[in-house]
Design a protein around this ligand. Structure first.
Ligand SMILES: [Fe+2]
Length: 338
């Protein structure tokens, strides 16, 4: 996600009050997602259902906060981004299973926790921003990023950032730790510079000629191209290639939703979760934040569709989550960020 300033906290705290955590026509949402994105969603939900949404927005520490609040926590629903943060919340013990036929039907099984502790609501892919001038090929595999032909040509942010942790964990899940280590060493050897910045800065460095291939998420390129005139030249100098694993597809990660363990408005929380997987909400995710809908049959934003058809890797996201630690350990072991 993009930077998430703490915006609605004061307002929301006022809304929650001391004894108003439970109310028939309200639902309390803790979110890491930007207000700009979630506000249109919640407004549409309220209009549809008559349920008022109280929001607490923060850039970190929400699962810790829910944990500390314990049985008195007003949180009904937690919205977060990336399997890394989703998994952190589950590990913190703040979730309860989402038991919903609507979710089971709307969200493909690979994008849901087999135990029901989380569900994916939208997707982003981790892709290549390739120099238009210097990269001629149209297809690439993740495996190929370790090929010496790219020596000194690749830019990427920290190997410990959750987005790369997810990709590297997918590599471990697919190929095992030994091969993943070899691959990470090869990728590290191909870097043009020490891992730094964010995905936008990676595009900037490709545009500036520091590297030929950058690794970034799908929505950043669309945001730079369509919504950020200062950074538009970085998108214009690059094109997005959807890489695939050999014999597999493109690595995707999720924004996800959890039902809080002690949700005082559990039924309304479930209603909101189900609504977020519905057609209207999925279209907002697709257009307002350039994400891929998890629900079939919802139109993908034209800029994102312009990358080509996404063939998402079939690896269940829960298996990727299970390899997060191994990936982080390997990143340290090979000195990826040094
Ligand atoms: Fe992001």
């Amino acid at each position: 996600m993009i930077a998430r300033p703490v915006v609605a906290a004061a307002l929301a705290l006022a809304c929650f009050g001391a004894s108003a955590a439970q109310a028939d026509d309200e639902v309390n949402v803790y979110t890491y997602r930007e207000t700009k994105l979630v506000q249109p969603l919640f407004e549409a939900f309220s209009k549809d259902t008559g349920i008022k949404v109280n929001v607490i927005s923060a850039s970190s520490g929400l699962e810790q906060r829910i944990k500390t609040e314990g049985v008195n926590s007003p949180a009904d629903v937690l919205l977060t981004v990336d399997i890394g943060r989703i998994d952190d919340a589950v590990q913190a013990g703040v979730a309860q299973p989402i038991r919903s036929e609507i979710i089971d039907k709307a969200v493909p099984a690979q994008y849901r926790d087999p135990d029901g502790n989380w569900a994916g609501i939208s997707m982003r892919a981790r892709v290549i921003y390739a120099s238009k001038d210097r990269v001629k090929q149209d297809a690439i595999t993740y495996e190929e990023l370790a090929d010496p032909k790219w020596k000194g040509k690749i830019c990427i942010r920290s190997g410990q950032h959750i987005y790369n942790n997810g990709l590297f964990a997918a590599y471990v899940a697919r190929h095992g730790e030994a091969k993943a280590e070899e691959w990470l060493r090869g990728l590290k050897a191909n870097l043009a510079q020490k891992p730094s910045g964010g995905d936008r800065e990676t595009a900037r460095d490709v545009a500036a000629g520091k590297c030929d291939l950058g690794i970034g998420n799908t929505y950043y390129w669309a945001l730079m191209m369509n919504s950020d005139p200062d950074k538009k030249p970085w998108a214009e100098a690059t094109r997005v290639i959807l890489p695939t694993f050999e014999g597999g597809g493109t690595h995707v990660n999720l924004s996800g939703v959890l039902l809080a363990k002690h949700a005082p408005n559990r039924a309304n929380g479930l209603k909101l979760i189900e609504w977020l997987a519905g057609e209207q909400a999925q279209q907002i995710y697709a257009d307002a934040n350039y994400e891929y809908p998890v629900r079939a049959g919802v139109a993908i934003n034209p800029t994102i569709a312009g990358y080509g058809k996404l063939n998402a890797d079939p690896m269940p996201i829960a298996k990727i989550a299970a390899n997060r630690k191994a990936a982080a350990t390997l990143v340290d072991k090979v000195g990826f960020d040094n």
